[in-house]
Design a protein around this ligand. Sequence first.
Ligand code: ATR
Length: 282
Amino acid sequence: MSIDGKTELYGIIGNPVRHSLSPAMHNAGFATMGMNRIYVPMEVSNIEQAVTGLRALGFNGVSVTVPYKETVIPYLDEIDPVAEKIGAVNTLLFRKDRAGKVILRGFNTDWLGANTAIAEKIKLQSTRVLIIGAGGAAKAVAFGLVQAGAEVVITNRTREKGERLATWLGCRCIALGEQEEFTADVLINTTSVGMEPEIEQTLVAGDILSRFSVVMDIVYAPLETRLLREAKAAGCTTIDGLSMLLYQGAAQFKIWTGVHPPQLIMRSALEEELRVRRLSVV
Ligand code: ATR
């Protein structure tokens, strides 16, 4: 990659953000398409100053991650109606108007990433989906599925938080534990349970997983969580945590460049980055 005076600037803001796999994914995409663009991680402690800085430095597009997906909204000029409804923005697009003034627009591609990953395996319309968790990730995933006509049910450790999300979505909430009695087409873990280093943790007993056709985990380190390993053994179709990451990133790439992203290359870059990190840990 050669960087020169014409290199367009992209990146990700969050805190922490140094662990992010997005630079590997987007830089591979840009390079494959022969685009003179670079994507860098930026750890941010003040979102208002960060947005002012990005505008002043001439950034073209930026991903937003935890904890700024909601708090970035007051600093936008425009917001996509879906992102406004969800109340969270994970993608920024900077463009100039005729007078040369920078216009900053926010989007949300997380919901699209989840929908695309699941729709590869099963139709969404009228499909029953049990979502474990009620945080930011659960909100985006559940919103997308409801839009697509799925019948969503939420379960969460903190019942009131689960109820709040379910009320907002207009769907049901069941107590964590009740899922042992529950049958659905799709099961999605949106919590961090099962993530390294506590890789033997799971919220769903292996012997009930055969009640679901498709099991998805948003955890991607390890790529095969205990939940997914046991789901495979139970005969379920599985969707790993890189799928949602890839498809939300692919949607960002399209917003920034206007062209269809090289998804296979971007997926390989994500897997390679995970491999490299595993080696560096050993
Ligand atoms: P994110 O934005 O990544 O979704 P979050 O907003 O902190 O993160 O939400 C984390 C979700 O994982 C929550 O639903 C949380 O449950 P609580 O609402 O009860 O906190 C869930 N979660 C995290 N650790 C958990 C655990 N050990 N057992 C069950 N649920 C857990």
